[in-house]
Ligand binder design. Sequence first.
Ligand code: AMP
Ligand code: GLY
Length: 422
Amino acid sequence: MKLMVIGGGGREHAVIRKLKENPDVETVYALPGNGGIAADAVCVDVGAKDIEGAVRFAKENAIDFAVVTPDDPLVLGMVDALEAAGVLCFGPAKNAAVIEGSKVFSKNLMKKYGIPTASYEVFDDPAAALAYVQTAPLPTVVKADGLALGKGVLIAQTREEAVEAVKSIMEERKFGASGDQIVVEEFLTGPEVSVLAFTDGKTVKPMVSSMDHKRAHDNDQGLNTGGMGTVAPNPYYTKDIAQVCMETIFQPTIAALAAEGRPFKGCLYFGLMLTPDGPKVIEYNCRFGDPETQVVLPLMESDLLTAMLACRNGTLDKTDVRFAAKHACCVILASDGYPEHYEKGYEITCDDGISAQVYVAGAKLADGKLLTSSGRVLGVTAVAESLPAAIDAAYADVEKVHFGNAFYRRDIGARALQALKK
Ligand code: AMP
Ligand code: GLY
């Protein structure tokens, strides 16, 4: 089979490596891929948001199956366009991807179908929002409705911060049209868990759970980033909690989307908080998480392409989806200064003897050298029989990767280890 994968980050690199384990896969094209992905796929100079370009490429190259991974093309309707052109896809149609594309949509869906989430109010008028945050309980959480590169959530500890948050999103339009509407919601507490799930619109099969580390620096200090590392499974996510989530969140969400005429086919990401009142949804994403994918897929024992085809064809109930009873740890190496200002263009080199998977997120090839090209540069994922062994193995291999201005957190997995000791 000839496959094409849309996107060019560490998540896509992990997806491509896993897809290639299936012997039926002849060629994988990455649109656009990156300099590191080029070792595993044929990179094509078509941007991840270029719907026409993707359709043209798929037709001209007789692509058998397209995997659309990033949020932007999904929310823009790339799957609809490809399917209309006769190209089979993994990924939700536009009318289901809205579960990530609009927080107002997802909150209203959860309210209508009784899916546990933080209580909230929606505003499209800045004056009404400003009046509301004068009396809302603190801390309060202000969210832009639309996509905002993962930065559209502001947690206000004081009235002043709440007012500032509303003004920056609605008046200064920090996230453009994504802030035409906002959600102001209750502040929840508890450990966070990421659960990615395969679904064909009827059946839902969760993957192994994981824990992201979103802040830039150790001990959860510094700015929010796209994710600085992950471990899987997440020790807070016990079998009992998984059962509760299946019954109160996963199945009801899939059924709700189907009942609304928006069947979701693809990977649905549940961002959960395990609150004192039980698990609640913090956010949905209409796609694989990054860097969650870099720990989840290395633990997958069954075939990824088979599961993806089953999601497309509605046969997930008959499809084997299995994960190893092992542990994985991914440490992200970034350019110092990320997520703000950083330098790039440094050569990346690796010592011999790396046994971890290295998934490249931001690099380009120039004169045969691999050069850093973005904030998050690569992820090093190790798999082992125990969490401490996975963490040690990942950090041992991190020491074997070199580039100018590299920085990484030293405490990926530390909180998970503490939870295991309790
Ligand atoms: P999101 O972009 O929706 O993933 O939100 C980013 C982060 O903000 C989440 O990972 C949580 O840590 C935090 N957050 C979002 N909503 C809430 C909430 N209602 N209460 C507490 N923290 C939240
Ligand atoms: N790691 C969080 C996300 O992919 O949105």
